[in-house]
Ligand binder design. Structure first.
Ligand code: GLP
Length: 266
């Protein structure tokens, strides 16, 4: 995998990457896996403006979101349905039938998850899966300990994640759902390409795990190292706890090319 550290806006970087992939796509439609979270907001703003400026279209794009809280109605302003509509889908030309988000209110959550995996398969698999990272290294809602071959399922959120996400629920830990539906790590790793983003000092510990070498379910982020075509894109703060050779490589590149993106192969 590549760890890319950039000074540039992560969202703009990611939106340009996504746009290039959609334009290059030989097959029609292009299948995108999408995240929610604060880190993704700039990326959705940049994608929306590309579409509004007629530089990009979602007409031939199919999307699958990575997760949703259990029990929140789509109209709830902290549901991921609401987030996606607010930040992306109300601004772009994606046909409604091309948009897929797990239903956290389904009566049979197991059947909902199985049907989701089936739909991804029917669309030919995910071409590019975008994601963020939790402070504890989670991917989607695959909390520490999740198996690398896990599939879409109902999961229990850890206290760490509930506390981190309470900032979106008026800092009231009790109103954060304790369960979610989430694609599995296996579902993510099946995608042809991965682009995950992390910014700020709170993500630095998780990002540092990538350079420490050990690949372990205790740090779901390290699953990215098992993928042949994965990029972790971070800002300088999120790269702040790199150690050893990764840190030396970064410092050397920063001296040689102060304005560039700095690329570490891990
Ligand atoms: C939630 C989501 C994750 C996301 C994480 C980070 O827990 N389920 O998919 O990566 O938040 O969010 P943020 O970007 O707000 O830090």
């Amino acid at each position: 995998m590549k760890l890319i550290i950039t000074k540039h806006n992560l969202g703009l970087w990611a939106a340009n990457h996504i746009s290039a992939r959609i334009h290059q796509a030989e097959k029609n439609p292009f299948v995108l896996g999408l995240p929610t979270g604060g880190t993704a907001e700039d990326m959705y703003a940049a994608l929306s403006s590309l579409v509004q400026n007629k530089k990009l279209s979602f007409q031939n794009v199919v999307t699958f979101n990575m997760d949703e809280y259990v029990g929140l109605a789509p109209e709830h302003d902290q549901s991921y349905h609401y987030f996606m509509n607010h930040h992306l889908f109300s601004h772009v030309d994606a046909p409604a039938e091309n948009i897929h988000i797990l239903n956290g209110q389904a009566e049979d959550l197991t059947a909902e998850c199985a049907a989701y995996e089936e739909k991804i398969k029917q669309k030919g698999g995910i071409d590019l899966f975008l994601g963020g990272v939790g402070q504890n290294g989670h991917l989607a809602f695959n909390e520490p300990g999740s198996a690398f071959d896990s599939r879409t399922r109902a999961v229990q959120l850890t206290q760490n994640t509930i506390e981190a996400n309470s900032r979106f629920f008026n800092n009231d830990v009790r109103s954060v759902p304790t369960q979610a539906l989430s694609v599995g790590i296996g579902t993510i790793l099946d995608a042809k390409e991965l682009l995950f983003l992390a910014n700020g000092p709170k993500k630095a510990q998780a990002v540092a795990q990538l350079s420490k070498g050990e690949i372990t379910p205790q740090w779901p982020i390290t699953a990215l190292k098992t993928h042949a075509n994965a990029i972790m894109l971070v800002d300088e703060e999120a790269a702040g706890l790199l150690e050893g050779k990764a840190k030396e490589d970064l410092l050397r590149q920063q001296q040689e090319n102060p304005d560039g993106d700095w690329i570490l192969t891990l």
